[in-house]
Design a protein around this ligand. Structure first.
Ligand SMILES: [Fe+2]
Length: 349
């Protein structure tokens, strides 16, 4: 078995044997790397698989008032993890303000101390922009420690951060997959780019050939233009507090998500005061709840729970806040649980 250091050195080479990446002592979830762009996440129990989505923590600005805010964010996340006992943590980006001078990276240690396997889709603020003390994306990537990462598709000389995590029941049967894209790169228009799209389509083709039909949950920082559309059409539940910042996305990747018949939901971040969900062409478009006190925004910080039932295929989601948080009633619609509709019969395991 390769050590993590050896694995990092191995670069893009495929692994000869799966590597146990991390595991949760409490929920007994195991994260295993099976290829450079692929992980297995094996559930410890068959009854429910809980993902806690964190987003937009904006850790690491080297100023005293931000350090106090970051400490508050850490306390919140630790409490939410203790209370809700997730099997997996997924951070949908703007994890660390790596675009500020001399950012601090203590949040990596914090995330790795929670005792729960985790992963990250980089956001725009995670990308360096030439100021002193910043980590290159490669350095950042290599210092993620316990997080599922290392997923690069190499096509046309590009190395794009995208990978998948296949969720498996305790008996080994896959019941869902997370597809992860770095959409924070300004050079790629802050959207799922062409190279990542080719990777997605190749994964779909390979799955089809193998008879795999499990639902896919896409994790990306930047919303697509369809997040704007679903709200404008009155199909969303929740609050829109700002214009949807879909950057240069013009809907290209959504067509592939919808055409695949596999993408059950997209979970994003980026817009701190947008928190809603709604479905277009059977794809549920879901905002995470901003988790960090160091970012802009005027409402309670929290996280989003995604509960998957490996036996029935049901998927439910809701936002969770600190126990004593008092949300304004008109902003609290997403605190109620929503079922993520799915037109095809769920694959039972
Ligand atoms: Fe953000």
């Amino acid at each position: 078995m390769l050590s993590r250091r050896e694995f990092l050195a191995a670069g893009a080479a495929l692994l000869a044997a799966p590597t146990v990446w991390s595991q949760s002592s409490k929920r007994r979830t195991r994260l295993v790397q099976t290829a450079t762009d692929r992980f297995d996440l094996v559930a410890g129990s068959g009854s429910r698989f809980r993902i806690l989505q964190l987003t937009d923590t904006h850790f690491g600005t080297a100023e005293e008032r931000n350090r106090l805010k970051d400490a508050r964010t850490e306390r919140l996340i630790r409490k939410l993890v203790e209370e809700h006992e997730p099997d997996f943590l997924f951070h949908t980006g703007d994890f660390i303000n790596n675009d500020r001078p001399n950012p601090e990276f203590g949040a990596l240690r914090f995330m790795n101390s929670l005792g729960v396997p985790w992963s990250l889709a980089f956001g725009n603020h995670d990308h360096p922009n030439g100021k002193p003390g910043q980590k290159s994306l490669e350095e950042f990537h290599a210092s993620l420690g316990e997080a599922a990462h290392m997923g690069y598709a190499e096509q046309d000389g590009r190395r794009d951060y995208c990978f998948r995590i296949d969720l498996r029941a305790p008996n080994g049967r896959a019941f869902a997959s997370l597809f992860v894209f770095n959409t924070g790169d300004p050079q790629s228009g802050m959207k799922v780019n062409e190279s990542q799209t080719r990777w997605f389509l190749a994964q779909m083709e390979a799955d089809k050939a193998a008879g795999v039909r499990t639902p896919v949950y896409v994790m990306q920082h930047i919303p697509m233009i369809q997040y704007h559309e679903v709200y404008e059409k009155g199909l969303a539940v929740g609050r829109r507090g700002e214009t949807v910042c879909f950057e240069l996305d013009r809907g290209e990747i959504f067509r592939h998500y919808a055409d695949s018949g596999r993408v059950r939901a997209v979970l994003c971040g980026h817009d701190h005061v947008n928190d809603y969900l709604g479905a277009l062409q059977s794809v549920n478009l879901v905002y995470g709840r901003c988790s960090g006190f160091s970012g802009y925004g005027d409402w309670e910080r929290g996280a989003r729970i995604l509960d998957l039932d490996p036996r029935t295929g049901r998927a439910r989601t809701k936002v969770v806040l600190a126990k004593n948080a008092k949300e304004k009633p008109e902003w609290s619609l997403t605190l109620q649980e929503s079922e993520l509709a799915w037109p095809s019969p769920a694959q039972k395991v």
